[in-house]
Design a protein around this ligand. Structure first.
Ligand SMILES: Nc1ncnc2c1ncn2[C@@H]1O[C@H](COP(=O)(O)OP(=O)(O)OP(=O)(O)O)[C@@H](O)[C@H]1O
Ligand SMILES: [Mg+2]
Length: 367
């Protein structure tokens, strides 16, 4: 009997130790955050993930009431309160948080702990769903791009044909006006011709969005692409009194890309940055590599412009979204399309001090 008791006790101990190990690991698990509170709503335990996210120190938080913790953070409204202890449990409560210019979206679940029917505490689970939402947003956007692509494919060709004819006759007219020295009329025709070129450019951008373009990917150093467009960017910058700083990193491994398409991406991003700083500022183009994404290189395009408001930031990659009177709103959606086709991605962070677009591109295979 005694031996049986002993073995049951040892099994129980083993289970407890096993459970303890699990709890420890769970608290260090980066995918989910746990906040354990006692009956007085004091913090009994908090996982690393929550501390990192909110930039706080575990030891400063343990034993504090949750209200005292909230006072240290700019959280309005507070995501939960003591009503949880009275049984007001919740699921999928949204919490938005911004750290180092990065926005996080969290889902919170709150639950009470009971012992013999009496409430002994509560716990809250924090799940970071930012990536999930970004993915949803990407799918939504690519659906819209597809629809626009279909419309564009049908119309762009038809727009180009009459344009070519108009352009041809305008050039003939121009020649005749030149022969007759009708300079005033020639000036008008010149305007018509440059406007036709603008429409042509627009149609080309349309076509780029609509067709899965044939991509010629070859290994190349990102610096080569940037160096080819720098003269154009510097020229544009000069007109807007913007200083351009370029920080190359020649030791970066080559990427697999289509030079002409990538040039278009960086030109668009550079153009946007310069336009945002009309009247002066600094445009920084930096080649980087980061340990947390060591299979990719990053090119950061930062400006000292007014930044992008949060509600605008959600839409900047949408086709036709523009805040500029002369803008088409296609620049960034074309950039995104190209970078995705090349296996990379674009990210943006922004505040009052300026905006930064980062283009991530994977290395060429075997590098
Ligand atoms: N660096 C930036 N700083 C501030 N706002 C920006 C920046 N880049 C983009 N935006 C915002 O995003 C919008 C969309 O940009 P996008 O390049 O797609 O179109 P656009 O520049 O308006 O027109 P287009 O590029 O066709 O001439 C811009 O109108 C602007 O409001
Ligand atoms: Mg633009």
């Amino acid at each position: 009997m005694l031996a049986e008791d002993d073995s049951a006790a040892s099994n129980q101990l083993k289970r407890e130790r096993f459970f303890q190990k699990f709890a420890q690991r769970f608290l260090n698990f980066e995918g989910i955050g746990v906040l354990l509170l006692d009956r007085e709503f004091r913090v009994v335990e908090i996982s690393e993930m929550i501390c990192t996210l909110f930039g706080c120190n575990r030891d400063d938080i343990i034993d504090k009431t949750i209200e005292e913790c909230f006072e240290m953070l700019p959280l309005h409204p507070r995501p939960f309160d003591r009503s949880l202890l009275e049984g007001e449990v919740f699921r999928n409560r949204e919490l938005n948080w911004k750290r180092d210019k990065i926005s996080f979206k969290l889902m919170l679940d709150g639950e009470v702990l009971q012992d013999n029917g009496a409430v002994t505490g509560a716990f809250i689970l924090f799940r970071d769903v930012s990536h999930l939402l970004a993915l949803e947003e990407q799918i939504r956007r690519s659906d819209r791009l597809k629809t626009i692509g279909q419309i564009a494919a049908g119309t762009a060709h038809e727009i180009r044909n009459p344009l070519t004819a108009i352009k041809g006759f305008m050039q003939l007219l121009n020649k005749t006006l030149l022969e007759r020295s009708m300079s005033k009329e020639q000036e008008f025709v010149g305007i018509v011709l440059s406007e036709i070129d603008r429409v042509n450019e627009l149609v080309s951008e349309f076509l780029l969005l609509s067709k899965p373009k044939e991509i010629k990917q070859v290994p190349m150093r990102i610096g080569r692409v940037l160096q080819e467009i720098l003269p154009m960017i510097r020229n544009e910058a000069l007109l807007h009194k913007v200083t351009v700083l370029y920080y190359p990193k020649p030791e970066l491994p080559p990427i697999l890309a289509d030079k002409e398409l990538l040039k278009q991406v960086f030109l668009n991003l550079g153009k946007n940055a310069i336009e945002a700083m009309d009247g002066g500022g600094t445009l920084i183009i930096r080649e980087c590599i980061y340990p947390h994404e060591s299979d990719k290189i990053a090119v950061e395009i930062s400006d000292t412009g007014p930044g992008i408001a949060a509600d605008v930031l959600e839409k900047v990659f949408d086709p036709f979204f523009t805040t500029k009177p002369q803008g088409t709103g296609l620049g960034l959606s074309v950039c995104q399309r190209i970078v995705h086709d090349l296996g990379g991605r674009i990210e943006v962070v922004s505040d009052e001090a300026g905006s930064q677009f980062t283009v991530w591109m994977p290395y060429a295979a075997g590098q």
